[in-house]
Write a protein that binds this ligand. Structure first.
Ligand code: MF3
Ligand code: CO
Length: 251
């Protein structure tokens, strides 16, 4: 499938969908604290997305049973909400998507519950910053895999590893569109970026090995060495200058 270039009216719809995702994070954020179940966070997000006249895009996506993914500690991505309670010191990655008027927004954040170790704090900060290092190359005229290389270089310079088995993606009328966006160096620079492309850039970073294991629930991905992992994602718009972060949050 070719990479789609969004028209101005499509871009406006992407902005509105991205805004719903951002506002959902802002809405659930204060509830991310010890003793809260991940199921409760899912319910809050689900209800909020619907209150915005949008729909949670993850629900039933390839049979996924919830509206958000909640991945705690050594869980990398796609953790299923449950009766599990958050604990002080946990790091919890929340990934969520919304569809509004036929267009998708998709983003992830990793939150610290209460107080955690300096190493976990560094992991969360490096993961977020790796996204921003990557998008320094997210502009018309640059090449897609310049983003990938910048993410990997920053993460590895900080002593962590990037997950190779899952990638970012184009996004628009589908949650997953072309192109695939790996978070590590490729042997070519990839397609030339053009104004009007909308991309979900999503580094997944492990403290230890980059190897991951799929749990028997068919969804939850954990690190092979049980080291902790973090995830950070935004939907962005390529422009002739700085990218526009369509899912930007106020935190
Ligand atoms: N946000 C994820 C992605 O970018 C999708 C989650 S998978 C789902 O690929 F099944 F939960 F939707
Ligand atoms: Co995504």
């Amino acid at each position: 499938m070719p990479v789609t270039i969004k028209s101005n009216s499509e871009i406006n719809k992407m902005r509105l969908a991205g805004k719903v995702v951002a506002k959902t994070f802002e809405h659930i954020r204060k509830n991310i604290r010890p003793a809260v179940t991940t199921e409760y966070l899912d319910k809050l997000a689900d209800e909020f997305i619907k209150s915005q006249n949008a729909l949670p895009s993850f629900k039933n996506y390839r049979g996924y049973p919830a509206s958000i993914c909640v991945s705690i500690n050594q869980e990398v991505i796609h953790g299923i909400p449950s009766k599990r309670k958050l604990c002080d010191g946990d790091i919890v990655s929340i990934d969520l998507g919304a569809i509004l008027n036929g267009y998708h927004g998709d983003a992830a954040r990793t939150f610290i519950v209460g107080k955690t170790s300096p190493e976990n704090e560094k992991l969360v900060a490096v993961t977020q910053q790796s996204f921003f290092e990557g998008i320094k190359f997210a502009k018309a005229g640059c090449h897609l895999f310049d983003i990938s290389a910048a993410i990997q270089d920053f993460v590895e310079a900080n002593g962590f590893s990037v997950v190779k088995d899952y990638v970012g993606h184009g996004i628009g009328t589908q949650m997953h569109e072309a192109p695939e966006i790996p978070n590590y160096r490729q042997n070519r620079r990839g397609i030339k970026l053009e104004s009007g492309m909308t991309l979900a850039i999503e580094p997944m970073v492990n403290i230890g090995t980059d190897k991951i294991i799929l749990q028997s629930d068919g969804w939850t991905v954990i690190t092979a060495d049980n080291s902790y992992a973090a995830h950070y994602e935004n939907t962005i718009l390529i422009t002739d200058s700085e990218p526009e972060i369509l899912t930007a949050t106020d935190f």
